[in-house]
Write a protein that binds this ligand. Structure first.
Ligand SMILES: [Zn+2]
Length: 888
């Protein structure tokens, strides 16, 4: 430590006389040697180690001895007060600070620690006084506080007083680290600052560096744990364990785990852990805040108030308590209560940036956009460093370029080009969902529902999670705000956006219906279930992987199902959690009737806990779990019932020189999945197309529900293509596409075959399905335009041609001419405008000239076209189109 640089060192023995020693290395060493030989208080470094490993009582004893022996240094008091605070003895900690100040009245570090101690001891006025004294001391004798420890403390105090974060970083923490790159406190303070500003990469870097110097340090490991929580959950969990190993009584890490358990809806365990925390520190205000949250989440509003009051007993205006309560409620999608809590925190401390930031996010998620953006801008102005706010405001710029399609209750925001191409489809789908689910669940919105569709995945992530780089989600619902990734953002295998929006709108219904008091699993389960109800191919279907999981007994108990969403071990586990939840909902409806589900939702709305609600209207959870497991196993067995699912190791047979050996094996095992698949693949590899047909056909017969890119359908279609049997290929594709929710490649191929056969109705059907997957594909719109023209289905022709003008306007003369023809067929005056535009691009366009003459002959003069310029993909001229307007 460099504490004594530039200052004199005093030692004192037996309380008799002072010896003044110059700050020379040799003398300092001597001084330490003398102290050690006294058989007195343990050395400070020992006590520091002890406080870091949670031996708080021993630290208090040790520091008491040192203080009694009048050992020199403010650290004796600092460490003592720190240990007392860790045990919740705030009054004593405050006394210790005051005693320390009597001896070291110039100490800034004691005052810095004293601010918290005084606040927690119910002496807020004294805390303010200390801050003023620090400013005075540092102003009058700045030279005195230029050593590392004081610089770090001054940085922390400046931050708490609302100083600019970047400036603090440069003036204080960086300055220390330049001279002492391994300074523990400076590394921790910089890391904590980066964490607070959501600069997670920098935070991880700083804590990694710190961990190299101090590998078994709870505070550092815990910093690392939080920095990695979002990006590397496994590493984060290892760091958490390391922190707890270093200090098993480290309350901040224990509270972090409480938060985790609450996220997973494991409220009982969270309560147990809070009990353990109170054995270390019975007064911890944030533990009180978590108790209040638990009460809120378990339908105990009175308990919530009592616990909050208890958390505020000593420091009555502690903004952290309400900030935490609000943040946690918002994590449970209870944004209205969450924002109210942030407002309470801001009443206590109007400068509390984190509360303001959270409030801005809450408002944006509640659809209170004007207030939300205004506050976000104010926060950014006050604090230019925060990464989350910076990202959010960049997104605001992006959003200002979106258009809004308004059709009550929906306000759909999309990129202008996307809105023109499939905006109408989006609005129609949402209206359908509103009607269908509204009738079923008895709920229709009375406030606007905002739907935002993002072509850039990072914009979606920032809007949804507050940070870029979060992937794997197609859409998210906050209640009355839905965000979704557009098909443009999903390059490889785009999902079905219609199913996604159906799913998200169903969340709107269940969240609003229950006042956001629905467990995660049930909300997801109902959303996936309703996808399946809306369309046989939507939602998730039983597949070999799920079959295996169920039959191997890997179903999660219903009680723990929400946890499976919040801490999945792999993306596959998460997918399965969705599927299982939908299965549970399906089981409940089958077994107890849909009315029962409705009653459960009503109960949840009035605050009844899910277990009780299910027990009241169905059965107790354990019994239900058992029945559900049996039912799920039955369904799993039904999948490919006649198929032999055993995985045989056929490698030796496949590699055999005798290429017929596999075929003979399959003859003996005619229903083996592995065998049939291996045989088909062997034949495909050998380009023996005819031989590949029978095993694939048999696989389809035995397991007709299979979907996905590697299903026997897709393989068989490819084989038939090689055999140049277009009829068979078409048939197989036609059977397959209705079974899959996003069979884009198969649909493109099917359309090609149908076009060759001039099966225009077929093309129209395939194109309609493709619009739900890849609406931005020009190939799709070209096919739809041609088929619709052939069939004289002019509104659909127009919609496709308009889309082509946006997506692939290479032949504008042709597109405008065809649009003019379609409008003319519908006797719309817009025909003239389009034919004139066609002629503008190609003045000698003969057919266009003739069409113009025809139009002029039929339209009486004076009646000019008055169609809006930015019409969006109209289905029919009769239905009014929502006007596309720039959003603010
Ligand atoms: Zn969902």
């Amino acid at each position: 430590m460099s504490k004594t640089i530039g200052l004199s060192v005093f030692t004192h023995r037996q309380g008799r006389r002072f010896v003044r020693i110059a700050a020379l290395a040799a003398w300092t060493t001597l001084a330490i040697g003398l102290n050690a030989s006294l058989d007195a208080a343990p050395p400070l470094e020992d006590l520091r180690q002890k406080i870091r490993s949670g031996e708080y009582e021993a630290v208090i004893r040790g520091t008491n001895e040192g203080i009694d022996q009048r050992q020199f240094g403010e650290d004796w008091y600092l460490i003592k007060a720190e240990a007392e605070s860790a045990l919740g003895r705030y009054g004593l900690a405050w006394e210790t600070v005051q005693a320390g100040l009597q001896r070291y009245n110039w100490s800034i570090r004691l005052r810095g620690l004293g601010i918290a101690a005084a606040n927690y001891a119910g002496e807020s006025a004294k805390a303010k006084l200390l801050l003023a004294e620090i400013q005075d001391l540092a102003g009058r004798a700045a030279w005195r506080y230029t050593d590392s420890d004081n610089l770090v403390m001054l940085g922390k105090i400046s931050l708490a007083a609302g100083a600019d974060a970047r400036q603090v970083l440069e003036t204080f923490f960086d300055r220390v680290l330049q001279h002492f790159p391994s300074h523990r406190e400076a590394l921790i303070a910089s890391g904590e600052l980066a964490l607070a500003k959501h600069d997670l990469e920098l935070a991880a870097e700083l804590f990694h560096t710190a961990a190299k110097h101090y590998p078994d340090d709870a505070e550092i490991q815990f910093g690392l744990c939080r920095a990695l929580a979002a990006s590397e959950p496994d590493q984060s969990s290892i760091a958490w364990q390391a922190a707890m190993k270093a200090n098993p009584r480290f309350v901040p890490a224990m509270l972090f785990r409480v938060e985790n358990l609450i996220d997973q809806e494991r409220y009982e365990q969270a309560g147990f852990l809070l009990e353990q925390i109170s054995q270390v520190n019975p007064q911890h205000p944030l533990a009180g805040a978590y108790r209040s949250i638990l009460a809120s989440l378990t339908n105990d509003p009175k308990g919530a108030i009592v616990c909050r009051d208890a958390a505020l007993t000593s420091w009555k205006e502690n903004p952290e308590v309400d900030h935490l309560i609000g943040r946690m409620l918002s994590r449970k999608y209870r944004f209205a209560e969450g924002s109210a809590a942030q407002q309470r925190a801001l009443k206590f401390d109007p400068k509390h940036l984190a509360a303001k930031m959270q409030l801005a996010q809450d408002w944006l998620r509640l659809g209170k956009e004007e207030d939300g953006w205004k506050l976000a801008e104010a926060v950014h102005e006050a604090d230019g460093y925060d990464v989350q706010m910076f990202n959010l405001l960049q997104l605001k710029d992006e959003l200002s370029r979106f258009v809004t399609l308004e059709e009550p209750p929906f306000q759909v925001r999309m990129e202008a080009r996307e809105a023109k191409v499939y905006g109408r489809d989006v609005v129609e789908l949402l209206q359908q969902a509103k009607t269908r689910l509204g009738e079923k669940y008895g709920w229709t919105p009375d406030t606007p529902i905002i739907v935002e569709i993002f072509p850039k995945p990072n914009d979606f992530a920032v809007r949804t999670f507050g940070m870029p780089g979060v992937s794997g989600f197609l859409g998210v619902c906050f209640g009355t705000v839905i965000t979704a990734n557009s098909p443009a953002s999903q390059k490889e295998r785009p999902a079905n956006w219609q199913a996604v929006l159906w799913h998200e709108y169903c969340h709107v219904v269940t969240l609003e219906l229950t006042h956001h008091r629905i467990p995660r699993w049930l909300s997801e389960g109902i959303s996936v279930y309703e996808e399946q109800q809306a369309h046989a191919a939507w939602g998730q279907q039983m597949n070999p992987e799920y079959r295996k999981r169920i039959l191997n007994g890997r179903l999660t108990p219903i009680r723990q199902l929400s946890g499976a969403f919040l801490q999945p071990e792999s993306p596959k586990d998460l997918q399965f959690a969705y599927f299982q939840s939908a299965m549970v909902v399906d089981f409940l409806v089958k077994r107890y009737g849909f009315v029962m589900l409705k009653k459960v939702l009503d109960d949840l709305a009035s605050g009844v806990e899910i277990g009780h609600a299910l027990e009241r209207h169905a059965a107790d959870l354990d019994q239900m779990d058992a029945e559900f497991r049996a039912d799920a196993a039955e369904q799993a067995k039904q999948l490919g019932y006649g198929l032999d699912w055993e995985t045989y190791d056929l490698s030796a047979i496949i590699d055999d020189d005798d290429s017929d050996r596999l075929a003979r094996w399959v003859e003996d095992h005619p229903t083996s999945l592995s065998g049939l698949l291996a045989l088909a693949k062997q034949s495909i590899q050998a380009r023996k197309w005819d031989q590949a047909v029978p095993p694939l056909q048999r696989l389809i017969n035995l397991y007709p529900e299979q979907t996905g890119g590697d299903s026997a359908y897709v393989l068989l279609a490819a084989v038939q293509r090689q055999r140049k049997d277009a009829k068979a290929e078409r048939e197989i594709l036609q059977t397959y596409v209705p079974k899959d929710d996003a069979p884009a490649a198969s649909l493109f191929r099917l359309i090609e075959l149908q076009q060759k056969d001039r099966d225009w109705a077929g093309v129209m059907a395939a194109a309609a399905q493709l619009r739900g997957i890849q609406p931005l594909s020009p190939v799709l719109h070209r096919a739809q335009a041609q088929a619709a023209e052939e069939l004289g289905r002019w509104p659909e022709a127009m919609s496709a041609l308009e889309a082509l003008l946006e997506l692939a306007p290479d032949d504008q003369a042709d597109l405008h001419f065809r649009l003019a023809r379609a409008y003319h067929e519908l006797k719309s005056p817009a025909a003239k405008r389009h034919v004139l535009m066609a002629l503008e691009h190609a003045p000698r366009y003969r057919a266009a000239q003739e069409l113009l003459l025809e139009i002029v002959a039929t339209v009486p003069s004076g009646q000019e076209p008055n169609t809006p310029k930015t019409s969006i993909t109209p289905k029919t001229e009769a239905t009014p189109k929502p006007a596309a307007k720039k959003s603010k």
